[in-house]
Design a protein around this ligand. Structure first.
Ligand code: NAD
Length: 259
């Protein structure tokens, strides 16, 4: 299927590896010109080279911390009026809410709620003016089914979800859509770090923890970033113009509800 977005421009955050990279690769495969953002220059440039080599699209790499005002300014200077915006940053650390001080909450809110909102604020008016815009926020399955040790993520991402639910309806008439993609367990560095943390805490073998986790997923495996990217690219396509304000779960069937 031709997604109808060749020649469009996209700003993709957190895109040197994992799910953000999966989204960048899928958009590039559709002929979208990219600006990709991550903190570590070398890893980001490596990703940019690989995308250029495999797709031939232009890729601008901006090494910055997207959760800071300065980082956002750098990213937006490189790509001030994207047709497509994919928001993403690292998830907050696990823990017990009794140990979290106000600053821990502010960091989580900054990264996983206020940064996407700031990026939307900076880019949505030009999308509305040109009558085309696609915004995809990478959130988490924790928005639908809270994860015990990830209270900072459950809380901050739910704030973003509530805000987006309202805004999506205000901009839908301008052919601008805003949707959230909710990853379950995907094979990325983030998942490896989470599993390693659990293994250490419970003093059991990492392979055993991995196997236990895999066993909770009806699909019987972890998701691949390329699968995540494919869903993102579809949400950014011309065909998804009537789909907005949605929370799309990609979790191999792990969420046990009917709706
Ligand atoms: P990852 O660690 O594999 O990749 C994260 C990417 O974001 C990297 O490119 C990293 O450099 C970049 N990044 C992180 N913080 C940044 C910052 N402040 N500024 C700019 N770039 C930054 O992680 P992932 O698995 O791809 O996860 C992406 C998001 O999805 C995270 O918020 C994570 O919590 C969430 N998530 C992941 C899973 C999973 O199973 N992988 C499940 C649920 C939620």
């Amino acid at each position: 299927m031709d997604l109808g977005i060749a020649g469009r421009t996209a700003l993709v955050c957190g895109a040197s590896k994992g799910l953000g990279l999966g989204c960048a690769q899928a958009l590039a495969a559709e002929g979208v010109q990219l600006t990709i953002v991550a903190r570590t220059q070398e890893v980001l440039e490596h990703a940019a080279q690989a995308i250029r080599g495999s797709t031939g699209v232009s890729v601008t790499a901006v090494a910055c911390d997207i959760t800071t005002a300065q980082g956002r300014a750098q990213a937006l200077a490189a790509c001030p009026t994207p047709d497509i915006l994919v928001t993403n940053a690292g998830g907050p650390p696990p823990g017990d809410f009794r140990d979290w001080e106000r600053d821990d909450w502010i960091r989580a809110l900054d990264a996983n709620m206020l940064t996407p909102i700031e990026l939307i604020r900076a880019t949505i008016d030009s999308m509305m003016a040109q009558r085309f815009g696609r915004i995809v926020n990478i959130t988490s399955s924790s928005v639908k089914a809270p994860i015990d040790i990830l209270g900072l993520s459950n809380g901050a991402r739910s704030g973003l979800t509530g805000f987006v639910a309202g805004l999506a309806r205000k901009v839908a008439g301008h052919n601008v859509t805003i949707n959230n993609l909710l990853p379950g367990a995907f094979a990325t560095d983030r998942l490896n770090a989470t599993l390693a943390g659990t293994a250490k805490k419970q003093n059991i073998d990492l392979a055993e923890v991995r196997e236990q986790r895999r066993g909770t997923i009806p699909a019987g495996r972890f998701g691949e970033p390329a699968e995540f990217g494919a869903a993102c690219a579809f949400l950014c396509s011309v065909h998804a113009a009537y789909m907005t304000g949605q929370n799309v779960l990609l979790d191999g069937g792990a969420y046990p509800g009917t709706f």
